[in-house]
Design a protein around this ligand. Structure first.
Ligand code: HEC
Length: 145
């Protein structure tokens, strides 16, 4: 390979390796996701995402630790195939992406100018990067599952 070709390949690899710190959803998308959440998730996970009964919190330290460094496609598939627990598989892919954008916004992960894609292949290229230190989500650490 020529040097230019190698540089091009490296650039492509860098462009693909995005994390949730790179502004991977939009505020408008998170707003749509808030509606989905209210209708399909809040009854079990609580309106403030703090969880209730067997339904765990969705924006606390445990949640972030569990999904940290995982591709967003994993969270997408988890929600798409198992949630809402009383009617799994009833959400459209776009609704799942929207509700994920809402979860990211609640974990204080910054929005950007492009929407979160609603297919697993595209989401595989984005890694969940947990917020760090004080920059943590809106759920008190004391509320553990
Ligand atoms: C009928 C109650 C119920 C509803 C409605 C519901 N969930 Fe859940 N959810 C649960 C329970 C119980 C668990 C834990 C057991 C399990 O994994 O099935 C869970 C687990 C999860 C997990 C895994 C949590 C973790 O720490 O990894 C995610 C993510 C999730 N739910 C997202 C959602 C989203 C998004 C919605 C709305 C689209 C939703 N849930 C609706 C009951 C519910």
């Amino acid at each position: 390979m020529t040097r230019t070709a190698i540089a091009a390949v490296l650039l492509m690899a860098v462009a693909q390796a995005r994390t949730t710190r790179d502004g991977v959803y939009t505020e408008a998308q998170a707003k749509r996701g808030a509606d989905v959440y209210e209708k399909a998730c809040a009854s079990c996970h609580a309106p403030d995402l703090s969880g209730s009964g067997h339904a765990p919190p969705l924006a606390d330290v445990d949640f972030a630790k569990e999904w940290d460094a995982q591709p967003l496609s994993d969270l997408f598939e988890r929600i798409r195939t198992t949630m809402p627990a009383d009617a799994p598989g009833t959400l459209k892919s776009a609704e799942v992406a929207d509700v994920m954008a809402f979860l990211l916004s609640k974990a204080r992960i910054p929005a950007g100018s492009t929407e979160l894609p609603s297919d697993a292949a595209a989401l595989k290229t984005i890694t969940y990067a947990a917020p760090k230190g004080d920059d943590f989500g809106t759920i008190p650490v004391t509320r553990l599952r």
